[in-house]
Design a protein. Sequence first.
Length: 220
Amino acid sequence: MDIDTLNGLKACALFKGLAENEIIDLMHRVQYRVHEYERGEVFALAGDPCRHVNIVVSGEMSAKVIGPSGRVIRMNLHHSGQLLAPAFLFVKDGRYPVEIEAECVSRVLRIGLSDMRSMLQFDSRIALNLVDILSNNINFLTKKVSLLSMTVREKVSSYIKTEMKKQGTSSIVVTLSRLQLANELGIQKYSLQRCLHELQEEGVLRIDGKHIDVDAPNLL
C-alpha cells in the first residue's frame, strides 16, 4: 500500500480510533483495488449499481444531480478520506442517486461489500464508525433537501452564515468559483450574481473577488 492511499484511509472516518498498523493489518484481510480518475472523468452515473465501498484516498469527487432542464445541482464535494454514497451501500439493489465525477486527478479505493461485512464483524469500532457516518450523511441530506425549498436569497444567506460560523469570522473567503457555488446552491449563476449584487447595494456585505465582508449579518 502506497503512502497516499494509507494517508487517505487514516483520514477516513470509517477507521477512526484505529492506529496506522491496525489499518494496514485490516486491509491485508480484504481484497481492494485503487482506481485513478482524470479531471472530468465520470465515476458513476445516476442509476448505476452501488456494489462496493468506495473511499476517496486523494483528489476530489463531486456528486451532482442533473435535472430534466439540464440544470446541475452539486450535492456534495468528496475530499480525501470520504466515502462515496455511504447511505446506499447495503440497500437491496442499491443504485447511485447522483452522478459522480472527478474534479481533479483523483484516486478511489474500492472494497467489495462481502469484505466490508467481514471488516464490520472483525472490529466493532468499524461498525460504530459506520453508524456515525450514516447518521451524519442523513443529517446532511436532510439539510440539502431543506435548502432546495428556499428562495435564492435564503440560499445565499444560508451559505454565507454557514461559512461565517465555519471560518469564525464575518470576513469570509469563498473557495468556490461563482459557477461552482451556484451549482452547490442549485441556482443559476446569473441569479447568484444578481443576489450578491443586491446584498452589496443594500450594504449587507462587500465583495472583493473571493473575499466577502459581512457588515450587517442581521440583515441576511
